[in-house]
Design a protein around this ligand. Structure first.
Ligand SMILES: Cc1cc2nc3c(=O)[nH]c(=O)nc-3n(C[C@H](O)[C@H](O)[C@H](O)COP(=O)(O)O)c2cc1C
Length: 192
């Protein structure tokens, strides 16, 4: 039984940050919609701690609809440069407005305006429409701060399982699965 898996995650994440040429925080996010249809797409990890793993997105997007119907997700990091993957599964909760506000405020102004301009996951008739909406948001917020759009915020994946996979010679790979048990984690080795 282990109290926390955070130091192990942090150790691998630090190695990924040192080794990956770009976006070591890129992670595949899998969701399941109301019809049981899975979908997967990349997002960026913007925070993690004992509570879980946080990403930000449009709360009216396809992924948000799936999370409203089925508030569970799987995350997959694959760091090619260090030949490792981490798989995470668990339930999902929205992060607080205060936490979303703080992260939104840290983004570049253009990213903030982009969040206002994008109707994420909705059909777009032409690229020019999107660019015009972006310009309109520039005018709307000219001279002031850009507040967080009400439809934009974070989600936290609360891990119930987390597996660390390490490439080894002769495909004798190493898999360490941690399963939440009460206040701690059970460790199970898996055949590759
Ligand atoms: C490397 C990478 C990082 C991305 N990061 C995010 C992100 O943090 N948040 C986000 O909403 N979309 C991000 N995207 C775009 C998503 O993959 C996706 O296109 C978008 O969120 C719409 O997904 P949905 O229609 O399933 O909701 C990223 C794409 C890539 C390739």
């Amino acid at each position: 039984m282990r109290e926390t898996i955070l130091p192990l995650f942090d150790d691998w994440y630090a190695q990924a940050q040192a080794g990956e040429p770009n976006d070591p925080n890129a992670v595949a996010l899998a969701t399941v919609d109301a019809d049981g249809q899975p979908a997967v797409r990349m997002v960026l990890l913007k925070g993690h701690d004992e509570r879980g793993f946080v990403f930000y997105t449009n709360r009216e997007s396809r992924k948000a609809d799936a999370l409203a119907a089925n508030p569970v997700a799987a995350l997959l990091f694959h760091w090619k440069s260090i030949r490792r993957q981490i798989r995470i599964e668990g339930r999902v909760e929205p992060v607080s407005n205060a936490e979303s506000d703080a992260y939104f405020a840290s983004r570049s102004r253009d990213s903030q305006l982009g969040a206002w301009a994008s109707d994420q996951s909705r059909p777009l008739d032409a690229r020019e429409t999107f660019e015009a909406r972006f310009e309109a948001m520039k005018t709307r917020f000219d001279g002031g701060d850009v507040p967080r759009p009400p439809h934009w915020g974070g989600y936290r994946v609360i891990p119930a399982k987390i597996e660390f996979w390490q490439d080894r010679a002769h495909r004798l790979h190493e898999r360490r699965l941690f399963v939440r048990a009460g206040d701690g984690w059970d460790e199970i080795l898996l055949y590759p």
